[in-house]
Design a protein around this ligand. Structure first.
Ligand SMILES: Nc1nc2c(ncn2[C@@H]2O[C@H](COP(=O)(O)OP(=O)(O)O)[C@@H](O)[C@H]2O)c(=O)[nH]1
Ligand SMILES: [Mg+2]
Length: 376
């Protein structure tokens, strides 16, 4: 199989017209490609891209280093005019060159049959910048209401937190490119490797797949965690993609989420103790805590409720970190090799590993240095 290798200018043009090449152009172009008739292919492409004849577009042919498509297969696929299955991977970028393959031309030809096909031009890709850590954060929609309706225990419900982690593990298992996930309350952040190429780094595609798999898993595994508590209505989650160009930015992001977990948990613990154990109304409790510092809240818990905040479960105070099993295997090996290494507080679940530990300080990252350093 031969590829037409296009100049960047031609690629841009083709991108802008979204491969809405007419059949008139596509068929001769494929023929020219197969015959390796560079001059003819160049002129056809120039005309379809509406470039001036002097335009810098030049088509050259290169052998494709794959046996996926044989010469005959290309021809027969191409002649299948009713090919309805949209194929993807129109572009593949290697060595800085853009290729258009006979396979993509085939798709174009099939699509060109419809006069409505031009609407594809309205679709825009939103690729994520290369070489940046890619974080997808999902967050429960109106979970103050959802948790109330489903009788969540206040301020922390182990069933709810467990279910969140179960759904997150399902996502981690699905995407090999996720190096770590961090969750607390009704949110989870999934960190994709900075060099990951999943879905060609298309932000919407990545984010929607993560959020939808998370939501369906949350619903599917609900009975496992909530037993007789019926799921009264379908929960939903929003999602966003954020890119972090440096390791430091990524660690600061995760520290921010863990600090948020701590701040909220300390406040909520005090708030609900005042309500549940001192009989204050929510408004009174809120008033009592207004303007207090962390130290005041710690003191309040200790003096009025004999509670040492630091003795509360780490699940509540630190949230949850998930790493992949393949990494944890390395970790286990490291631990065996280094007797002095702290044994992580771990629970083994499917193909990932769960921690409730500090990720703001250095030690987690030193102990698990492979998370940020591993090659994809
Ligand atoms: N009772 C209880 N509520 C929780 C728990 N986890 C999350 N929530 C609720 O979910 C909310 C999540 O916060 P946020 O996303 O800002 O609010 P949302 O817009 O209502 O989803 C919290 O404010 C709590 O009301 C839990 O374990 N127990
Ligand atoms: Mg929420």
């Amino acid at each position: 199989m031969w590829l037409t290798t296009l100049s960047h200018k031609a690629t841009r043009c083709l991108k802008s017209i979204n491969f809405a090449l007419s059949k008139r152009i596509v068929i001769p172009l494929v023929c020219a490609t197969l015959q390796r008739h560079e001059k003819r292919a160049t002129s056809l492409l120039n005309s379809v891209c509406q470039l001036k004849p002097t335009g810098a577009t030049k088509v050259v042919f290169k052998p494709l280093q794959t046996k996926t498509f044989s010469y005959h297969r290309i021809l027969s696929t191409f002649s299948n005019k009713h090919c309805s299955k949209a194929t993807q991977g129109i572009y593949s970028s290697s060595l800085g060159e853009h290729h258009i393959s006979a396979r993509s031309l085939n798709t174009t030809a099939a699509m060109a049959k419809s006069k409505f096909e031009y609407v594809r031009q309205f679709e825009v890709d939103n690729p994520c910048l290369p070489n940046c850590w890619l974080v997808v954060r999902i967050d429960g929609k109106a979970f103050h209401k959802f948790s109330e309706k489903h009788n969540y225990i206040k301020p922390n419900d182990e069933r709810g937190l467990g279910l969140m982690t179960c759904a997150a593990q399902r996502v981690v298992n699905e995407f090999n490119e996720i190096v770590l996930a961090y969750g607390q309350s009704d949110e989870y952040s999934f960190v994709f490797h900075k060099n990951c190429q999943v879905y060609n780094r298309r932000a919407s595609k990545i984010m929607t797949n993560v959020v939808s798999l998370f939501s369906s898993s949350f619903t599917m595994y609900w009975p496992r965690y909530f037993n007789t508590q019926e799921l009264l209505y379908p929960p939903s989650f929003d999602g966003r993609v954020v890119l972090y160009p440096t390791d430091e930015n990524l660690r600061d992001y995760l520290s921010w989420r863990q600090a948020d977990c701590h701040i909220n948990n300390l406040y909520n613990t005090c708030f609900w103790k005042l309500v549940q154990e001192k009989g204050l109304t929510p408004a009174q409790s809120q008033e009592r805590l207004k303007g207090t510092l962390s130290s005041d809240k710690n003191e309040l818990l200790f003096s009025e409720f004999k509670t040492n905040y630091n003795n509360l479960p780490e699940l509540y105070r630190k949230g949850t970190v998930i790493i992949r099993l393949q990494d944890s295997k390395i970790l286990a090996q490291n631990n065996r090799e280094d007797e002095n290494s702290k044994t992580p507080p771990v629970k083994w679940k499917s193909s990932s590993m769960v921690f409730h530990t500090d990720i703001i300080g250095k030690s987690f990252w030193e102990e698990h240095h492979y998370i940020l350093n591993k090659k994809l």
